[in-house]
Design a protein around this ligand. Structure first.
Ligand SMILES: [Zn+2]
Length: 340
């Protein structure tokens, strides 16, 4: 991975405002963006294509948008990232708008959600976000290098009003009301001695995300790799960006970063996938053996029931002289039809 900060600094003027990048603080009550652009390089874990990722500051209410800089004209702008754009959930989450797509967005989305970055333009010069070391650590580090800027508009939350649940055999995902904040309770079960049953619960805030989740890497089984390669997946997978699990356990010489790194990575994926709701969730997520498909299905179920959620605060009174947030865009985003 090569950081391209010198180029990134040319992309956006340095702004001066109060920082909200203190890792020990909770989420800001106002929306946040980056103080300046920051760039990273890597390869896509599935495509093996080199890719440059540049995170740009964006205005109040803009949300997280992807931009394919390798494409010309209007095709490049993919608009606000939303669950309704999800077109594939096998092994990674892929967004599609028209003929264009961007794959493996979940770790980028997770880093932004985990640190409370509301508004950002994510520029990628190819069809897949780089995987870096298989976790969100590099993206968190890049965001920390430039810091956050607190904006004028209040943070809106997607409040869960009643329990919604999706099941596939023994697997399930569920969203329930919570008095405050966003909690996860995730359980996984793999019939392999290296993983087995793992369960972890967490209240998500910038400090807990950094400490417990951001460094957990993606993983895969050596026994699956030839099938994946034939299907065009994992072409860029290596011990540099994945935990590779053989018959006797992880093959990575450095070992695991956490004893239960596997469930932590599933939590990272869930945070990223659920960030496609379009606003931070106030609620409790529970899952067993969930992956990208069920994480997407729970958002479909949530938005299919208009009585199961609301955006709070319900209305934003623009302050004198403040930039009015794009309220309509957010509501439209949450209600967008499912095209997957
Ligand atoms: Zn992942």
């Amino acid at each position: 991975m090569t950081r391209l900060k010198s180029r990134a600094r040319q992309l956006a003027p340095k702004t001066s405002s109060r920082s909200v990048s203190d890792p020990e603080r909770g989420f800001s009550d106002r929306q946040s963006t980056l103080r300046e652009a920051v760039a990273l390089e890597g390869v896509g874990v599935h495509s093996n294509a080199p890719a440059r990722l540049i995170l740009h500051p964006a205005e109040d209410g803009a949300g997280v948008s992807f931009y394919r800089s390798d494409l010309a004209g209007e095709a490049a702008a993919m608009g606000p990232a939303a669950w309704s754009q999800v077109c594939a959930t096998e092994l990674c989450t892929t967004l599609r708008v028209g003929d264009q797509s961007v794959a493996t967005v979940e770790h980028v989305m997770a880093a932004l959600a985990g640190l409370g970055v509301d508004n950002v333009l994510v520029e990628i010069d190819g069809p897949e976000a780089p995987v870096f070391d298989g976790s969100a650590a590099a993206i968190v580090e890049a965001i920390d290098e430039v810091g956050l800027r607190r904006q004028s508009a209040p943070r809106r939350q997607l409040e869960i009003l009643k329990t919604v649940r999706v099941e596939r055999g023994d697997a399930f995902a569920e969203l329930s009301p919570a008095a405050s904040g966003f909690t996860l309770d995730v359980e996984i079960l793999f019939e392999h001695a290296a993983i087995g049953r793992q369960r972890k619960a967490l209240r998500v805030d910038p400090a807990s995300f950094r400490r417990e989740i951001a460094r957990a890497r993606t993983f895969g089984f050596i026994r699956d790799i030839e099938r994946l390669w034939r299907a065009g997946f994992a072409l860029g997978a290596s011990l540099e960006n994945s935990i590779a699990i053989g018959d006797d356990g992880p093959l990575n010489p450095e070992g695991l970063r956490f004893r239960d790194e596997f469930v932590r990575h599933k939590m990272l994926d869930a945070i990223g996938d659920l960030a496609l709701a379009g606003a931070p969730i106030q609620g409790a997520f529970r899952s067993r053996c969930s992956g990208h498909a069920l994480n997407h299905a729970i958002l479909q179920a949530l938005f299919a029931d208009r009585s199961a959620w609301r955006l709070t605060p319900a209305a934003i009174a623009p302050r004198r002289g403040a930039v009015r947030p794009d309220i309509g865009g957010l509501v439209q985003l949450a209600l967008a039809p499912d095209r997957s």
